[in-house]
Design a protein around this ligand. Structure first.
Ligand code: AMP
Ligand code: ZN
Length: 464
């Protein structure tokens, strides 16, 4: 399989530390609010990666954290604590907020057919591991205590900015209003590993540590949780592109300083979903969450289809018009796939040939849009229904679009554009006195359970 690596900026043959096994870590959500559909794009594309690896025969162990402490509104140790902000907004405790939005995130994932990671670990459950790691970084001279907080000293590394040439927009570190420079730091890019001098009087969650009562910085959680479950050598780390700097850069700095060797080989970054007016935001304009799309009548899987139609390394612009088109195309495709007749016998030559095309598409840097084209190619092919259905079921292990499931009831009632097209073709054939063709169309539809009803006003149809 070929996979782009944002650390080397090249697409290479994917290799793992242990043959056939993939250890993967994913930055999970900060559970202070609903995930917006931009966040969900990242999780959908990461899911496509996991499913691709499994489809190609890898045994994948996937770990995800839940950020329920330490993530400030600015990604560089500035701004307010996001969890506290959520708790204040809703007059609840931080833990109540964390539980509510973790559940909401899991519900969104389920609706989008995103597989749950094998291990989902809230950061507040690993404080001991964070402290152990910070202690070792201090002992090794990579960290220092200043003003009561512990910081990582980036000047101790030969190379800190490992991702190099991301463009300025992608390197943006988040909201910067009201930022005061942290005078405790030796170098401006040093980052906090542990805070005892909270910037907020009412910081709710604090733990005892060798440096006093306090709480962890955001970056340490991903390194410690990943090492705890995946061991010292990670195969792939995933996240949205905004996380490359400073979050992933800091993760690499502290993990490699702690381990004394290279930590993660492959970095998989998903480009952003934007609106026509710019960046997706939880605070400005319409808050685009999955529940809002559902309220407006969109199927979550139509949103998944919309995401899979473009490559993860390209930015994607969201509009309702684009989603309307995706939903129409999705239902049309699903209607065709689900009405294919089942059968015992399949044409194994055709099966293997078209499966190879699909593997080629998906195995080339998770090219999901080309993989969807393979589904259309199967439908257009000369082979029989049973082979087509078997192929599409197989491809759907990666696409996870429920393609061979019947359409939702409300969609079934609506006139299916593909059937209307067949009815129009039959009417045209009858007009041309080509009764053989007209009968062929009627019989073909009947075989799919679609019965034509001729009335003085025209032809309608019903399903058996
Ligand atoms: P957060 O909950 O803020 O920690 O973000 C969860 C995930 O969504 C991270 O991997 C982010 O990099 C990613 N992300 C944030 N904004 C967007 C966006 N507009 N489009 C795609 N992914 C995003
Ligand atoms: Zn992370």
């Amino acid at each position: 399989m070929k996979l782009y690596n944002s650390l080397t900026h090249t697409k290479d043959e994917f290799v793992t530390n242990e043959p056939g096994k993939v250890k993967m870590y994913t930055c999970g959500p900060t559970v202070y609010h609903f995930a917006h559909i931009g966040n969900l794009r990242t999780y959908i594309m990461e899911d496509a990666l996991v499913r691709t690896l499994e489809y190609l025969g890898y045994d994948v162990l996937r770990v995800m954290n839940i950020t329920d402490v330490g993530h400030l509104t600015g990604d560089s140790d500035d701004g307010e604590d996001k969890m506290l902000k959520g708790a204040k907004r809703e007059h609840k405790t931080v833990m109540e907020i964390a539980k509510f939005y973790t559940d909401a995130f899991m519900k969104d994932c389920e609706a989008l057919n995103i597989k749950r990671a094998d291990i989902v670990q809230p950061a507040t459950g690993c404080i001991r591991e964070f402290i152990k790691m910070i202690k070792k970084l201090l002992d090794g001279g990579y960290a220092y205590v200043s003003g009561g907080n512990v910081y990582f000293d980036i000047s101790k590394l030969d190379k800190y900015y490992v991702f190099g040439e991301h463009d300025a927009e992608n390197l943006e570190v988040g909201v910067r209003d009201g930022v005061e420079e942290d005078t405790f730091k030796r170098n401006p890019a040093d980052f906090a590993l542990w805070f005892t001098k909270s910037k907020f009087e009412d910081q709710e969650l604090k733990w005892g540590s060798p440096w006093g009562m306090g709480y962890p910085g955001w970056h340490i959680e991903c390194s410690a949780i990943s090492i705890k479950y995946c061991g010292e050598r990670l195969d792939i780390h995933c996240g949205g592109i905004d996380n490359a700097f400073p979050h992933h850069t800091n993760e690499i700095a502290q993990s490699e300083a702690y381990l004394g060797h290279k930590w993660c080989n492959w970095w998989f970054h998903v480009l952003h979903l934007n609106t026509a007016s710019g960046k997706m935001s939880k605070s400005k304009g319409e808050f685009l969450i999955l529940d809002l799309l559902k309220e407006k009548g969109y199927d979550p899987l139509a949103y998944r289809f919309f995401c899979l139609q473009s490559h993860y390394r390209k930015p994607l612009v969201f509009s309702y018009e684009a989603l309307d088109n995706a939903q129409t195309a999705y239902y049309k495709l699903r209607s065709k796939c689900s009405s294919l007749a089942d059968g015992e016998e399949i044409d194994s030559e055709a099966f293997e040939r078209m499966k190879a095309d699909f593997c080629e598409a998906i195995g080339n840097d998770v090219n999901t849009s080309l993989a969807i084209t393979c589904v259309y190619d199967v439908l257009k092919s000369e082979t029989d229904d049973a082979t087509k259905k078997a192929l599409i079921k197989d491809f759907d292990r990666v696409l996870a679009l429920d393609l061979t499931e019947p359409l939702p009831e409300k969609e079934k009632e609506a006139d299916d554009p593909e059937i209307l097209e067949q009815i129009a073709l039959r009417a045209a054939a009858k007009k041309d006195k080509n009764y053989g063709e007209a009968d062929r169309i009627r019989n073909e539809l009947a075989a799919r359970g679609i019965i034509l009803v001729d009335t003085p006003q025209g032809t309608t149809y019903k399903r058996t």
